[in-house]
Design a protein around this ligand. Structure first.
Ligand code: T5A
Length: 227
């Protein structure tokens, strides 16, 4: 309760996982959390949309498809509202306390998904300014794979768990391909923040590459890794 707030140098790192459906974001986020934990680093894992009670309620509304009839602009507003609450109540406090925050999807998903649906990039940028700024990720891992492979993974998982695909998974292959293209454009435009990984490789290999990338890009203390 009376923990001393971290200094700027002690602030945690903010890492986001992005990519299309079934790319393995959740799987890899959990593997990275385990590696960081073993290195003695405090880690907070979370997801978007979601992460707080209000944002989880918005998630339910969005993923059920109930908001679809409002149009992609309104969906973008809802994602931004959920994100603002998530940042205020969970992400910023965790970073200030020195915890690393690993987030399953963030602003790039709005750029890719709502952008592919035709939402004006100026509106998306304005929403980022209002809801997100100045808390931008230190590192974004973009898990890239052919759309068809991701959709097969999602379908296999849904069949095994007897669940139906959500509102965004049900979109056309062409829509998923537009999203993939936008993720790759973001990575090309922001190479200092984004790293693209081949997510069609075996899970363990992808995890290894991520762990190496994180150690190279963010200063994970050598002592922590050796320990
Ligand atoms: N959305 C979200 C927007 O439109 N705008 C926004 O701003 C935001 C934030 C969220 C939806 O909302 C949309 C995007 C999404 O459609 P969600 O349920 O959180 O919905 O869905 P996703 O984030 O897409 O998560 P998924 O669970 O579908 O995909 P993941 O997390 O990428 O994949 P994961 O790890 O669950 O793995 C899927 C399956 O593949 C296997 C796993 O075991 C699992 O069965 N797998 C592999 N198989 C083979 N090789 C590998 N390397 C594998 N890695 C994982």
């Amino acid at each position: 309760m009376n923990q001393r707030p971290a200094t700027a140098a002690e602030r945690g790192r903010f890492v986001t996982f992005e990519g299309g459906e079934g790319a393995g974001k959740t799987t890899q986020l959990l593997r990275l959390a385990k590696n960081l934990g073993a290195a003695g680093i405090s880690v907070t894992t979370t997801r978007e949309p979601g992460g707080t009670p209000a944002a989880e309620a918005i998630r339910k509304f969005l993923l059920s498809g109930a908001a679809r009839s409002l149009g992609p602009e309104a969906e973008a507003l809802l994602f931004a509202a959920a994100r603002a609450d998530h940042l205020d109540k969970l992400i910023r406090p965790a970073l200030t306390q020195g915890s690393w925050v690993l987030c399953d999807r963030f602003t790039d998903s709005t750029r890719a998904y709502q952008g592919a649906a035709g939402v004006d990039p100026d509106l998306i940028e304005a929403l980022e300014r209002i809801a997100v700024w100045p808390t931008t990720p230190d590192l974004t891992l973009i898990l890239d794979l052919p759309v068809e492979i991701g959709l097969v993974r999602v379908a296999a998982r849904a069949a095994a768990a007897e669940i139906l695909p959500d509102r965004f998974e049900r979109d056309t292959v062409a829509e998923h391909q537009r999203r993939r293209r936008i993720f790759l454009e973001i990575a090309a435009a922001e190479p200092e923040r984004c790293v693209v990984l081949d997510a069609s490789r075996p899970e363990g290999e992808v995890a290894e590459i991520i762990w190496r990338t994180v150690r190279e890009r963010l200063s994970v203390a050598e002592a922590a890794i050796d320990g």
